[in-house]
Design a protein around this ligand. Structure first.
Ligand code: M6R
Length: 364
């Protein structure tokens, strides 16, 4: 049941901290602060390329995985949505890593892409929530997300669980390739293990998120922005808003704004940006100043360290705990999903069963 929550989505949002913790527990030895991968039928150190695919929110989790794998394991990652990947027939060298991400393990396009990758000689590793699924049976290895059943059509907790797994896989790849030493591994693992308590603190920002929601609920169009690993967070926020509120939302990499979408901006199009402190902070801030100069109303998600600067220009600022750049996308996803939920409440839509959508897309 809903355990006293109004919707499954609300309940599942509140499960983020627990689900992140449970998922990490499977892949981390807390005593040694090291990642422990299940036995794989191939050598991670021998992998020269990754080809990654998924649909919807799982695809956005994969985009964050690409940033991590490229940055920390220095492995090239080709990524595309599964509906494209399955027909692209990309040239793949045998012995690469084929990485699939799916909550259900039954998504038709992702399954077809998996079969294509297998035929092209890739080692198939799937990040799955339903471990007794078709994709699980057809994979060389399954990395389980321990999110429990996700009932709401809009995915929430499965997403942060997928990121938790991808973060551990990144560490394992970086270590296998000799790029992440014991000290760095310990610090990355510590940052991950701190996430459940930090995620709980995000819910203390509920009132500010609700205030943001009143502005978004009145809009016809909303622009979401982010840079680097926050770009997929923006995509996830825009998808969630579209799915459950039927408000049109677009997400852009903040640096792309001046190549087109900035022409949309006036005081009727709120700009929702995810801008935690870190190496891309100043760059994103200047993109926001450009939007502000055109009358854009800035609604910003950041962390405690980034908040003071953003309060000077933004109408609403939601500041969550400051964490290391590596794990920031996991934490920053949570308030963005809560925003969509709060807007849906104001709109009175059918939150758990949005029109035209199915939980699992098993036909093409
Ligand atoms: O079961 P899967 O993870 O393969 O599903 C993929 C997408 O259909 C799914 O993430 C969809 O985009 C959600 N409704 C997003 O909230």
């Amino acid at each position: 049941g809903k355990d006293g929550y109004r919707h499954y989505m609300e309940k599942e949002l509140h499960e983020h901290p627990v689900v992140i913790g449970q998922t990490l527990q499977r892949l981390i030895d807390p005593a040694t602060r090291r990642v422990v991968m299940p036995d794989l039928p191939f050598d991670l150190a021998a992998v020269q390329r990754v080809v990654l695919t998924a649909c919807g929110s799982a695809f956005y989790a994969g985009m964050i995985g690409r940033y991590w794998i490229e940055q920390y394991a220095r492995l090239p990652v080709d990524i595309d949505v599964a509906s494209e990947m399955r027909y692209r027939n990309p040239p793949l060298t045998r012995g690469g890593l084929g990485l699939l991400i799916s909550q259900s393990g039954e998504t038709a396009d992702t399954l077809a892409a998996l079969r294509g990758m297998r035929e092209a000689g890739q080692h198939i590793v799937s990040v799955l929530n339903v471990e007794q699924s078709t994709m699980a049976r057809e994979s060389d290895a399954v990395l389980g997300t321990v999110a429990g059943p996700e009932i709401s059509v809009a995915s929430t907790k499965a997403f942060t669980a997928q990121l938790s797994v991808l973060a551990c896989l990144t560490i394992a790849l970086g270590r296998a390739r000799g790029l992440i030493g014991p000290a760095q591994e310990e610090s990355m693992v510590t940052n991950l293990l701190d996430l459940p308590s930090k995620a709980t603190e995000v819910f203390e920002r509920h009132d500010e998120i609700r205030r943001m929601a009143t502005i978004v609920a009145d809009a016809r169009d909303v622009l979401y922005l982010g840079r680097g690993a926050m770009f997929p967070v923006a995509l996830e926020g825009a998808l969630k808003l579209k799915e459950i509120t039927y408000i049109h939302a677009e997400a852009y990499a903040a640096g792309e704004m001046k190549h087109g979408p900035i022409s949309l901006i006036d005081n009727t199009v709120p700009v929702v940006a995810t801008v935690p402190s870190g190496p891309l902070f100043e760059k994103t801030l200047s993109n926001l100043q450009e939007a502000r100069a055109r009358g854009g109303r800035l609604l910003v998600f950041t962390d405690m360290a980034g908040a003071p600067r953003l309060r000077e220009i933004a109408e609403c600022v939601v500041a969550i705990p400051t964490v290391d750049e590596f794990v920031a996308p996991i934490l920053q996803t949570i308030p963005v999903q809560i925003l969509a939920y709060e807007v849906a409440l104001l709109k009175g839509t059918d939150v758990d069963q949005p029109r035209n959508l199915a939980k699992s897309v098993t036909v093409e």
